[in-house]
Design a protein around this ligand. Structure first.
Ligand SMILES: Cc1ncc(COP(=O)(O)O)c(C=O)c1O
Length: 393
């Protein structure tokens, strides 16, 4: 059977050119970049050239890019690291931090942990289309607010949040506050990197996280941009790599691969992906009754289509499509495997019983029109069959 992969928000296949760039660093260039000899310096050059490419993409300085094991670690470092530094400076300072209800668990769980530690936390709601409103943020800000962390693109419904607008708003607010009262701004840009402008000056962010494996690069590698002057402490201790902010021998091949993947991000694929995605949305909504298209129609990345099909379970749809060789997801990869309803859809006001019938289809560069036609042909009879079997009518 020829398998069709339509789950690119979970992870992407490694691009051939990326693999080619990585290979020498898994072979002859195996040195430890901290070693002073020839082998070490070869590896160091790979890491520093990669840092430069990533800095170019983000439009920041090379020494503002820190390598990590992925976006989960980048998010943890950004948020815990800032709080830790501020607490070191003044342990009695009252702190308030803001995020949105639709963040990935790699942010939400960090906020939940900090809440348990006594920090005041505000969770911004979203509209029924899955968008954060600047007005809600304005209302949530207090004199004690230290951090705002809002994701650039939601991993389940693909909505693009107004990060640059929030950046401008915070800049204005910060002008009226003392440097000690500055509100720092972090964004999880994992799902945005392929499609959105990630220049940090345009976004007005102090910290930005991303990951290799969502951009046709390798897994287990990511980066955190930290603007010069942002107070941040390490949360991992050891050999003082990455300016002592992230100890541990660098994943040289992964870093080189991630930088190559970033270099290859291009707008040319977006149009093709958008056309195929729009075809999926149009055809499935026309062929399947009681189907809801989740998320904003305009403010969403071109690869994402997210539906709720009433009176069916998303997991059953996923398994039946898998038997036909088509891979999709019921929500984020991290929440699949659990039957918990999607926190994102619930936050958008989708009733719990309807949210159980959600599926996420995310396209990529390699998908073809023929593959999309197969999905459009396969899915309607599956939904029909599942509905006939369902006790709920
Ligand atoms: C929005 C978002 N943030 C963070 C992560 C975690 O990234 P990583 O797998 O690199 O730890 C993901 C992965 O699904 C994601 O979609």
């Amino acid at each position: 059977m020829k398998y069709i992969y339509l789950d690119h928000s979970a992870t992407t296949p490694i691009n051939k050119e990326v693999l080619k760039a990585m290979r020498p660093y898994l072979g002859e260039n195996f040195g430890n970049p901290s070693s002073l000899h020839y082998f070490g310096q070869k590896a160091r050059k790979g890491v520093e050239d990669a840092r430069e490419k990533i800095a170019n993409f983000l439009n920041c300085k090379n020494d503002e890019v820190f390598f990590t094991s992925g976006a989960t670690e980048s998010n943890n470092l950004a948020i815990f690291g800032l709080i830790k530094k501020i607490r070191k400076q003044n342990k009695d300072r009252k702190l308030h931090i803001i995020t949105s209800v639709i963040e990935h668990p790699a942010v939400l769980e960090v906020f939940d942990q900090l809440k348990k530690e006594g920090i005041e936390v505000s969770y911004l709601p979203v509209t029924k289309n899955g968008l954060v409103l600047e007005d809600d943020l304005k209302k949530a800000i207090k004199s004690e607010t230290l951090l705002v962390s809002i994701m650039y693109v939601n991993n389940e419904v693909g909505t693009i949040q107004p990060i640059a607008e929030i950046g401008k708003l915070l800049e204005e607010i910060n002008k009226k506050r003392t440097p000690e009262e500055k509100i720092y701004f972090h964004t999880d840009a994992v799902q945005a990197a392929n499609y959105c402008d990630c220049k940090v000056s345009y976004l007005g962010v102090d910290m930005l996280s991303f990951s290799g494996h969502k951009i046709y690069g390798p897994k287990g590698v990511g980066a955190l941009y930290v603007k010069k002057g942002t107070p941040i402490s390490a949360i991992v201790y050891g050999g003082h790599q990455e300016q002592s902010l992230r100890s541990g021998t660098e994943n040289v091949a992964g870093i080189v691969g991630m930088a190559k993947a970033i270099e290859m991000i291009g707008k040319k694929d977006n149009l093709k992906i958008r056309k195929l995605r729009d075809e999926v949305a149009k055809k499935l909504l026309a062929k399947i009754p009681d189907a809801i298209y989740n998320g904003d129609r305009e403010k969403r990345i071109p690869s994402n289509a997210n539906f709720c099909f009433k009176n069916v379970e998303g997991e059953s749809i996923l398994l039946m499509l898998d038997m036909e060789g088509i891979a999709i997801s019921t929500g984020s990869a991290c929440s699949s495997g659990s039957l918990k309803p999607s926190h994102v859809l619930l936050a958008m006001g989708v009733p719990q019983e309807v949210s159980h019938g959600s599926v996420r289809i995310t396209l990529g560069k390699e998908n073809t029109k023929e593959e999309i036609q197969k999905l459009i042909k396969a899915l309607p009879p599956i939904i029909k069959k599942l509905r006939e079997m369902s006790p709920i009518k």
